[in-house]
Write a protein that binds this ligand. Sequence first.
Ligand code: NAD
Length: 336
Amino acid sequence: MNLHMNLAENSYDIIIEPGASKRAGELLNLDRKVLIVTDEGVPHEYAEALALKCREPVIVTVPSGEDSKSIRVWEELLQTMLRHGFKRTDAAAAVGGGVVGDLTGFAAASFMRGIDFYNLPTTVLSQVDSSIGGKTAVNFGGIKNIVGAFYQPKRVIVDTGYLSSLPRRQIANGLFEALKMAACFDPKLFELFEREDPFTHLQEIIEASLEIKKKVVEQDEKESGIRKALNFGHTIGHGIESFEELHGLYHGECVALGMIPMCSEKVRRRLIPALQKLGFPEAGGLDREKILQAMTHDKKAVEGGITCVLVDEIGSFRLEKLELSELAERLNATLF
Ligand SMILES: NC(=O)c1ccc[n+]([C@@H]2O[C@H](COP(=O)([O-])OP(=O)(O)OC[C@H]3O[C@@H](n4cnc5c(N)ncnc54)[C@H](O)[C@@H]3O)[C@@H](O)[C@H]2O)c1
């Protein structure tokens, strides 16, 4: 299945097909210098296979984990491109999860005011969500995604073959983000999570999620309206994630926890069993006050409250500004 992201001059194709990365030579323009960025946890043969198809590949392997989304590592990528004499007509390609994608996309956006960027996502999270839509960023000053750019890729290859090496908990991590999209936009996809074993329906879930995200991004590329719904679970999720080093939760798991206080009782009764089926993380050990504190650093925080995404009925959402006191109450009532 292919999707076409319609964004005027920033339009691009998303190729979704098991084994599609083997056709990278025909799908991408690799007859130039290509900076291939991957991380230490991604099987190295994925980047090497792509390099074999490039005229002048330069592979950079960054440490795995959120710490690589930093100004320091971003600068390393820019230094590498300078050292190898990259020009504006050259390209960068991400072969990895959301961390590598966000980092490489931002390096591509900023080098010589923008070189071509290809994304080959290798985690479920990046395949269902982060690889399309053009949000690129690094973390800075202890705040997630605070320095970045909207910069669309030139093409995205979603090869579910990459997922064969991905541990089950990482698969679940991405499925939480897919469930988030289903909760806001697609009751049928939500039912699939309830009825079936989601781990055996990955291709279907990835395709459905990308269709949702494509439609959302096409309507609201720069997140001034409907795209905010994709932040369902993220206000509290980011608050929890700020203390990631304390409890080792993954991004999708933090989002999963963050969705629970943000829905109606009726939705919660369906959401919690669906989350549990995926291997839902325990909220135990989290510090409510620290989460609330971190949420006020969230870039979406505004005076007089935080605009949150609330889900009252599966397949719909509303935006509402909540005072910190109400957020605290919701956390108390549902997570603590
Ligand atoms: N840009 C966006 O729109 C957007 C949306 C959602 C999340 N994100 C960002 O995405 C990041 C999280 O992404 P993630 O969950 O993919 O994490 P990640 O990139 O850290 O990858 C998770 C782990 O899986 C390993 N890995 C990757 N592919 C593998 C494979 N095929 N086989 C075995 N191991 C593999 C990596 O080495 C890493 O240790 C966060 O920084 C988050 O902010 C961005």
